[in-house]
Write a protein that binds this ligand. Sequence first.
Ligand SMILES: O=C(O)CCC(=O)C(=O)O
Ligand SMILES: [Fe+2]
Length: 147
Amino acid sequence: LGPKGDHLEGMDCAKGHSILMHYYPPCPQPHLTLGTNRHSDPGFLTLLLQDHIVVNIGDMLQLISNNQFKSVEHRVVASQKGPRVSVACFFTLDNYPSARMYGPIKELLSEDNPPLYRDTTLQDFNAHYYSKGLDGHSSLKHFILQQ
Ligand SMILES: O=C(O)CCC(=O)C(=O)O
Ligand SMILES: [Fe+2]
C-alpha cells in the first residue's frame, strides 16, 4: 500500500473481528429469490470460508486507501442443491466502539491524489450501511468529497 507494514494495524484495522456463520438450505424455487443480495462488505477485510477461502476487500479499506484497493461486490445465489454453509470473518470494529476517525491515509495523498472521501467513524459508516440496507448501491457514495 505504500506506508510501512504495520500501518493498518496501528489504525486498529485488525483489532476487532466478527464472525458470521451462514446456512443456506436447499431452495426449491431458486429463480424466485436470492441467498444474499448484491453488496460489498462494510469493514476493512473479510475472510470467507466456503469450499475454499476467499479474501474480500471491504468498503472501509477502499476508503482509507483512497480507492487504491476496491471493495468487491458479491452476492449469494439460491440453489436447489445444498445445503450450503459458509463462515465469514469480518475485520471491523463493530465490537470495539471507537471514536477514532477514519479517512484516506495521509501518506498516500498528494496533489495528484487528493482525498476522495471525508473522514468518518466506524459507527457512522456502519449506521449508514445498515440503515440503507443491501440495495445494490455502494455506501461509499455517501462519504465521497465533492470536488
Ligand atoms: O455466504 C457467503 O458466501 C457470503 C456471505 C456474505 O457475503 C456476507 O456475510 O457478507
Ligand atoms: Fe458479504
